[in-house]
Design a protein around this ligand. Sequence first.
Ligand SMILES: [Zn+2]
Length: 107
Amino acid sequence: MGDCLFCSIAGGKTDTEILHETEDLVVFRDINPHAPVHLLIVPKKHIRSINDLRPEDLEIVSKLIYTAKEMAGRMKINESGYRLFFNVEKGGGQVIFHLHLHMIGGW
Ligand SMILES: [Zn+2]
């Protein structure tokens, strides 16, 4: 997936600031934020969308959600609250076709 933006970011091939990284995911800020805090939690594995999830991907999806919870604490929005969502396909607002979990909050 040489021309996938999120594969490039996850592979450290851009100057995007990585806020958190593990062996299978990265976290960085959305470049077009919809809230004071708007993070993207992105698996390093290229999965096109929720529609392309396979049974072997369930563990990474759990890790995305768990990482969101940890990042909410780090960003100090865990008590005020936040929203987690996946946009699925064009009609669902998906713009980059590499699975990512949005976390917005900080109002
Ligand atoms: Zn990708």
